[in-house]
Design a protein around this ligand. Structure first.
Ligand SMILES: Nc1ncnc2c1ncn2[C@@H]1O[C@H](COP(=O)(O)OP(=O)(O)OP(=O)(O)O)[C@@H](O)[C@H]1O
Length: 346
């Protein structure tokens, strides 16, 4: 499985204008739905960027504005240096778009699908054949280049679909939930492929339902909720902001006494947050190696019998749940709730 750590050497291609430079971007539909509100976002060239959010949050509306398929009703955005309203054609020449639903022609072979895409994007002459062979190799379809796409598995069709979005060698490619419905093996192969195109310098703007996918691939993530950006950071920084590490402590006789000891002992660090479970306590903390042992000692000294102890790293699921639980201000809160305040609700 790919990892962010392994990919830190990927080129960033920071020369030239950013891939995406949006300022107060907004879109209100004709029926009054404010789908996107005041989104400001800069994505440097070469970044592998993930765009996450619950259903109806405004992801597709945002992508459509960036790809010039919808005109913003407020704000401005330039793509690879071109304005999406005033320089639409130029923007389109620099972006590729892989929609959620496969759009390959099942009657045509893999090579014919790519030839068709070349015609659509105006790729011609000697360049065209070389580009097609290069893409067939890149997505591991060279051996089946002359097989109709209708005979391909779902994963192979997705790889072909992704290749068709790249025939004109775009600087930026939008991948809208590209692995939805694929089995884990097919998903992993597609991940390899996305990493390869990113390593070759293409900026990637990915939306996905799979947080594990975002975690594995993306240098940076933004989260949109109710049309507004509520987070924009690296996957690791987002996890730290929802508590970093969680201690889970099971006790005998219900959680109330343990929660009282934890609250009154004063051993937990200032940024720790305390919650109760059916079997005991959870403590979200950025200092697990101090808070864990100190709390266990305090509990033992107070006569609370500990029956289980576990340490879990925060995941992107926790980031997502925090947003769902706390509303749009969830991840804007830099300082988590202090222990004393959390204790009031115990
Ligand atoms: N053509 C439209 N007219 C009016 N409202 C729309 C239109 N398209 C989308 N919306 C609304 O705009 C909001 C954002 O929708 P959008 O499709 O951008 O969200 P999304 O994050 O892509 O959701 P999903 O993950 O379900 O695809 C939603 O409230 C949706 O109902």
């Amino acid at each position: 499985m790919p990892s962010n750590a392994a990919r830190q050497d990927a080129p960033t291609h920071s020369d030239g204008p950013p891939a995406v430079d949006a300022e107060a971007l907004s879109l209100t539909y004709a029926d009054g739905t404010e789908a996107v509100r005041d989104v400001s976002l800069t994505i440097p060239r070469g970044e592998f960027f993930g765009f996450l959010g619950p259903n109806g949050a405004g992801k597709t509306t945002t992508i459509k504005m960036l790809a010039t398929l919808l005109a913003p009703t407020g704000g401005r955005v330039s793509i690879n240096g071109y304005d999406v309203v005033d320089e639409r054609t130029a923007v389109r020449g620099t972006v590729g778009y892989m929609a959620q639903h496969v759009s390959v022609d099942r009657e045509l072979t893999a090579r014919e699908n790519l030839q068709f895409a070349c015609e659509a994007y105006g790729v011609s002459g000697a360049d065209r054949d070389a580009r097609i062979e290069e893409l067939l190799d890149l997505v591991d379809l060279a051996d089946v280049a002359d097989t109709p796409a209708g005979n391909f598995s779902g994963g192979m069709q997705k790889r072909l679909d992704a290749a068709t979005a790249l025939v004109h060698d775009p600087a930026l490619v939008f991948l809208d939930e590209p692995t939805t419905g694929l089995d884990p093996k097919a998903r992993n192969r597609l991940w390899d492929y996305f990493e390869r195109i990113n390593d070759s310098g293409t900026t990637i703007f990915l939306t996905t339902q799979y947080l594990e996918e975002a975690d594995a691939l993306c240098d940076r993530l933004a989260v949109i909720r109710d049309g507004e950006l509520v987070a924009d950071d690296s996957p690791d920084a987002l996890k730290r902001r929802v508590g970093g590490t969680r201690l889970s402590i099971d006790v005998e006789g219900g959680p109330e006494a343990a929660a009282r000891v934890a609250r009154q002992s004063g051993v937990l660090s200032d940024d720790a947050t305390l919650d109760t479970t059916a079997d005991g306590l959870t403590v979200a903390t950025s200092a697990p190696t101090e808070d864990g042992p100190d709390l266990l000692v305090a509990l033992r000294n107070a006569g609370v019998v500990v029956t289980g102890f576990d340490i879990e790293e925060a995941t992107l699921d926790d980031v997502f749940l925090t947003i769902a639980d706390e509303g749009s201000s969830g991840l804007d809160v830099e300082d988590p709730q202090p222990v004393a305040a959390a204790g009031e609700s115990v």
